[in-house]
Ligand binder design. Structure first.
Ligand code: GLV
Length: 324
């Protein structure tokens, strides 16, 4: 008998067929309190889960007594209570490699659009405000040769360093849990402490996962250390930055601008003060959102679940200690 799996995100047809070949699949429309209670029986039987979003904690695990593996269509796994999964012996899989270059592209897009005010001035053109030669009130700031500060030197940080250093002649500073030899050798990245990163970066690019240690890592005190001309870019997870402190810093001119793909609450509430600020580029969490990359993530998530439920995991496992 095929193992039972609950799928809570729709998949391209060919990937759905591949999943059906291996498993008895029940598809549900997201993991919400409503869908969880509507599909209690399927969850009760499920040995595997595949999807993204939703909160998977001890209370959820109590409803999935047979669960052996969860496969997330994401790199970030902050919606999973990993100690609770470990206690139950549930393998957690994710898609860390396939989206690296695409997310780095998004970060560079935020750097360029924040510095050159791309969104703001394009809107002026659409509004018919380009009536004569533009003056200084349309000007932005340079990106090339400015100092790029990267907070979190993982795969995405490295891909960003490559773009910034080789493409835009930017010197790279970074702070991370440990030195990154490849970033230092290939892109001349210089390791520094967080304070130095805050003080010296012209573009502070945050590419950190959300954990207890990174929650509100950047708050009022840290923003105050940045240059008034600096631009903050966040494409990791919203709560790494204290949004209220960021809004105050942008309103008060503590920093120059921000380019944000992630927020404390998503979707960003319509009444967020961020949406009133001309010096903010706000994107709807599109980091990995290209057709090619989202397909690749879904494909990897399917392969990850097949590997996990057949005891053949070689990569993409968040809690590999369970495999021993
Ligand atoms: C997107 O934010 C992801 O974690 O993949």
């Amino acid at each position: 008998m095929k193992p039972s799996v609950v799928l809570y995100k729709s998949l391209p047809e060919d990937l759905r067929s591949r999943l059906d070949e291996h498993f008895a699949v029940t598809e549900i429309n997201g993991l919400t309190p409503e869908t969880i209670s509507q599909h209690a029986d399927a969850l009760q039987q499920a040995e595997g889960l595949l999807g993204s979003g939703g909160k998977i904690d001890a209370a959820f695990l109590a409803k999935t007594p047979k669960l052996r593996a969860a496969s997330s269509v994401s790199v970030g796994v902050d919606n999973f209570d990993i100690p609770a999964l470990n206690e139950r012996g549930v393998i957690l899989m994710h898609t860390p490699t396939v989206l690296t270059e695409t997310v780095a592209d998004t970060m560079m897009a935020l750097v360029l659009s924040s510095a050159r005010r791309v969104v703001e001035v394009a809107e002026r053109v659409k509004d018919g405000k380009w009536q004569s030669n533009i003056g200084a009130d349309w000007f932005g700031i340079d990106v090339h040769h400015k100092k790029m500060g990267i907070l979190g030197m993982g795969r995405i940080g490295l891909a960003l360093a490559q773009r910034a250093h080789l493409g835009f002649s930017m010197p790279i500073l970074y702070n991370a849990r440990k030195h990154h030899e490849e970033a230092e050798q290939r892109f001349d990245a210089k390791y520094c402490d967080l304070d130095t990163l805050l003080k010296e970066s012209d573009f502070l690019c945050i590419s950190l996962p959300l954990t207890d240690e990174t929650h509100h890592l950047i708050g009022r005190e840290q923003l105050a250390k940045m240059k008034p001309s600096a631009v903050l870019i966040n494409a990791g997870r919203g709560p790494v930055v204290d949004e209220e402190a960021l809004i105050a810093a942008l309103q008060e001119g503590t920093i120059h601008a921000a380019g944000l793909d992630v927020f404390e609450k998503e979707p960003l509430p319509e009444n967020s003060p961020l949406l009133k600020l001309p010096n903010v580029v706000a994107l709807p969490h599109i980091g990995s959102a290209t057709h090619e990359t989202r397909y690749g993530m879904a494909r990897d998530a399917v392969d990850n679940l097949i590997a996990a439920l057949s005891g053949k995991v070689e990569k993409n496992c968040v809690n590999p200690q369970l495999l021993k």
